[in-house]
Design a protein around this ligand. Structure first.
Ligand code: HEC
Length: 207
């Protein structure tokens, strides 16, 4: 220990050198008062934290991230609802059969959607069967060319089923329910894929 060096209280005068008591591996620390600019930035930070915390979390001064997300999701849902309402307003059983299902471009668009979103469970040929090396295996979906429409055989009923999925009260098919495709596809895509199914079942729809 060097007796010339004062220890303990921090340096009060400019140029005064005071070392703290401890010393590790020969390293010592000055013990000086922190500069005022630093101290007041620090105190300001504390005051700002308390003010912000009270205003933001308790006084509802500004929307929280959670509220912002809820608002955005609600706006998106509103847009989707409006889009669906517009599609439904221009759609009925007759229009689906006579205009959508007989328009090759619409049917081709529906087939493309079907290939991506539906064939995994209903099979590319709509039979809901898969050929596994000579053995036929049933896929989870219902066959879509057997003339049986569990939830209504009118085009708009099929549209509704695809859009909204298995009704909540139904038990499904062998226990399997279908999801609401309206959450993933646009109303137009649902209408196109419905038109595709209609075009594949002329015996049911006279198309
Ligand atoms: C993950 C598997 C799965 C996918 C993918 C799937 N479905 Fe289904 N689908 C089902 C199941 C399971 C049922 C039976 C639901 C029930 O009976 O409640 C069903 C039922 C249906 C029905 C009713 C058929 C009938 O005979 O009443 C239609 C129509 C239908 N799906 C169309 C579609 C369309 C269109 C798509 C693509 C956008 C699609 N499905 C994608 C599993 C699937």
């Amino acid at each position: 220990m060097n007796p010339e060096i004062k220890r303990g209280n921090y340096a009060k005068e400019k140029g005064e050198v005071i070392l703290r008591e401890h010393e590790y591996d020969g390293i010592q620390e000055f013990d000086q008062k922190l500069p005022n600019w630093w101290l007041f930035t620090f105190y300001g930070g504390i005051v700002w934290f308390v003010t912000y915390w009270v205003l933001y979390y308790h006084a509802g001064w500004s929307a929280t991230d959670e509220q912002k997300i809820i608002t955005q999701v609600a706006a998106l849902q509103e847009r989707k609802d409006a889009e669906l309402a517009a599609t439904l307003a221009s759609l009925d059983d007759k229009t689906l059969i006579e205009h959508w299902a007989s328009d090759p471009a619409v049917v081709a668009a529906g087939e493309a959607t079907y290939a991506v979103s539906c064939s995994a469970c209903h099979a590319a040929d709509l039979s809901a069967m898969m050929d596994a090396g000579g053995t036929k295996i049933a896929l989870p979906g219902r066959p879509l060319t057997d003339g049986h429409w569990e939830y209504g055989s009118k085009p708009m009923e099929i549209f509704k089923l695809i859009n909204e999925g298995t009704p909540a009260e139904a038990t499904g098919y062998n226990g399997a329910k279908m999801q609401a495709w309206g959450q993933i596809l646009t109303p137009k895509q649902v209408a196109e894929v419905t038109a595709f199914l209609i075009s594949k079942n002329p015996q049911d729809f006279g198309s």
